[in-house]
Structures are given as C-alpha cells and as structure tokens.
Ligand binder design. Structure first.
Ligand code: ZN
Length: 112
C-alpha cells in the first residue's frame, strides 16, 4: 500500500474513532438502568426497556468496531496492513476506505 493511501486511511480511521466514541457515550447514557420509581407509566416503562435492549445491541457492536479500528490504527505502519490474511493479496483501496479495519479481501471475506 502507498504511503499516501495509508495517510488517507489514518485520517479516516481517526475520524471514525472519534465518531464512534461519541456514539458510545450517547448509548451509555441511554442504556443506564431505568429507575423503578420513575414516573413513567407501565406501558411506557416496558417500551423504554425494549428500546434499551436495542441500544445495548448497538452499543456492543460499536464497542467491537471501536476495538477493530483502534487495532487497525496500530497496524497501519506495518507491512501487513492492507494485505489479506488469507490470500496475502492487497485488499482493494475501495474496501479499505469503507472498512479500514478489514483484514480480508472481498473474495476471502466471502462478500461476492
Ligand atoms: Zn484474500
């Protein structure tokens, strides 16, 4: 991978990490336990709990993505960065700019 491309990706990753951290903070607010004596009616309370379930799922996914992006950032200067771990061919820049945490090319990830 070209140094230029790496610089572009480093920017992309850094921005995404900031976005995801903001998202995680918001989600952590939303997934705080609902206090039992809150003034919500029973139905509203059930709805709120249902919503929280969804937020918990998104929070889990965001935290996984954050870990992957952080790892990608620490790998970016290594030779193996942008090289598929299966076939050892370079992963396309198109894919890397969308998912810079990719460790497999489109073929090996079974995306075709
Ligand atoms: Zn591959």
């Amino acid at each position: 991978m070209q140094q230029e491309d790496k610089d572009t990706l480093r920017d992309t990753i850094s921005k995404e990490i900031i976005d995801i951290q903001k998202q995680i903070n918001t989600l952590q607010e939303k997934t705080k336990p609902i206090s039992p004596d809150c003034s919500l009616g029973r139905l509203t309370r059930l709805e709120a709990m249902g919503e929280q379930h969804v937020y918990h799922k998104i929070l889990d996914q965001s935290q996984i993505r954050l870990t992957r992006l952080t790892n990608a950032l620490s790998r970016i200067d290594k030779q193996m960065f942008g090289i598929c771990i299966e076939c050892e061919e370079p992963i396309g820049m198109g894919r890397m700019s969308i998912r810079p945490e990719s460790v497999r090319c489109v073929d090996c990830a079974g995306l075709l």
